[in-house]
Design a protein around this ligand. Structure first.
Ligand code: ASP
Ligand code: MG
Length: 401
């Protein structure tokens, strides 16, 4: 069997953890399996590198930033190869350049295009454990790129697909994917199996276990993912096409506290206004989520929408610059909001899910400010101070008995 195992930064944060991981890898290797390991940077290394860059140049060129950040993963893989060697296990570390993991050119947010498998396969045939840097790639200029924060998960899935691996295991510091954040909802429990689509929604909505691109790739190439703990042997969560347990009505509750609500008021009630507003934002790569448009009264209408807090200032500035053209009379911005979502494949075929969610919120006196739905999720925008009660109430309504 060929197995890809990815270990996150906290799983390799220090000497003891590195040897803990090395032992797990050695066990797999001794069973006669071929093992490819993907590692993240140790502990908070990536954050520390970002800080260092900021001290030198707050506006550092993105190419140099990727050159710097790629160092974190390179440290981990070399140390892991050394740890395995000290245990008598033949191992070799490889960076993105050595493997030839080709990505798009976009620094800090690159996407995989093609991965050469020759070098890795040769090393595997020589019975070595192959340890590959997560998070990085090379572009057509032979420059290092990075995949965005948390991108090592995506490296693991891309490698598993390219190598046609028999399994792809993502080891982390939690035991799997939970029905809600267990620090907020004590009754949250581990999900045994979840579909790609549900996981994608949860990953996008702030359940930070998996990089969302990794789930997209896993779905595209049909790679089954297992998310489990690097610290114990508990059974994890399997992410696959169709979860075999009967489709849960709701699989999980997710919260995104990094949302900001922007309201633009007094727009002309005529065709093309919404297009112009959202086209402007899209051209500046500002992602818009929940959108609400009021019914036109008089000759005007209002539109509210949410963006990520990190993009809120830019969005407001853009709208101000274009106030006249977009016929905006007033702009409001509010960062005291959070998005609360329920996700579940079973919603598609069940009536009354939204009503049940709203009833749960009503039961604890939480006001809903905006609503958005897709086939498998319902999102409400609420005041940030209500997040914990709301989460517990909604979890209790759907996921506790
Ligand atoms: N080291 C990178 C980060 O901290 C990538 C990863 O951990 O997946 O975002
Ligand atoms: Mg991660």
């Amino acid at each position: 069997m060929l197995i890809v195992k990815k270990f996150g930064g906290s799983s390799v944060a220090n000497k003891e953890r590195i040897f803990n991981v090395a032992n797990r890898i050695a066990d797999e290797y001794k069973k006669g399996n071929q093992v490819v390991v993907v590692l993240s940077a140790m502990g908070d290394t990536t954050d520390e590198l970002l800080e260092k860059a900021y001290e030198i140049n707050p506006d550092a060129p993105k190419r140099e930033m990727d050159m710097l950040l790629a160092c974190g993963e390179q440290t981990s893989v070399a140390l892991m190869a050394m740890a395995l060697s000290s245990m008598g296990i033949p191992a070799i570390s490889l960076n993105a350049f050595q493997v030839a993991m080709h990505t798009s050119s976009k620094y800090s947010n690159a996407r995989f295009k093609r991965i050469d498998t020759e070098r890795i396969n040769n090393e595997l045939e020589a019975r070595k454990v192959v340890i590959v840097t997560g998070f990085q790639g090379i572009n057509k200029y032979d420059d290092l790129t990075t995949l965005g924060r948390g991108g090592s998960d995506t490296t693991a899935v891309a490698l598993a697909a390219a190598l046609r691996a028999d399994a792809c295991e993502i080891y982390t510091d939690v035991e799997g994917v939970y029905t809600a954040d267990p620090r907020v909802v004590p009754k949250a429990h581990k999900i045994k199996e979840i579909s790609y689509d549900e996981m994608l929604e949860l990953a996008t909505l702030g359940a930070k276990v998996l990089h969302n691109r990794s789930v997209e790739l896993a779905k595209k190439y049909g790679v089954d993912l297992i998310v489990r703990s690097s610290l114990n042997n508990a059974e994890g969560t399997t992410v696959k096409e169709v979860a075999s347990v009967e489709s849960m009505l709701v699989s999980g509750v997710a919260v995104d506290k990094d949302a900001a609500r922007i309201a633009i008021i007094g727009l002309k009630n005529e065709p093309g206004i919404a297009f112009k507003v959202f086209d402007l934002l899209a051209k500046h790569n500002i992602n818009v989520d929940v959108i609400l448009q009021s019914i036109g009264r008089d000759d005007t209408k209002d539109i509210s929408f949410t963006v990520d807090q990190t993009q809120a200032k830019e969005a407001v500035a853009l709208l101000k610059e274009n106030k006249e053209r977009l016929t905006i009379q007033k702009i409001e911005e509010d960062e005291t909001v959070a998005k609360l979502s329920i996700v579940g494949a079973g919603m598609q075929s069940n009536a009354g899910v939204a009503a049940k969610m709203f009833e749960a919120l009503y039961g604890v006196g939480v006001n809903i400010r905006m609503i958005a739905t897709s086939e498998i999720r319902i999102t409400v925008l609420i005041d940030i101070e209500n997040v914990e009660v709301a989460m517990k109430a909604v979890h209790a309504a759907f996921l506790e008995d």
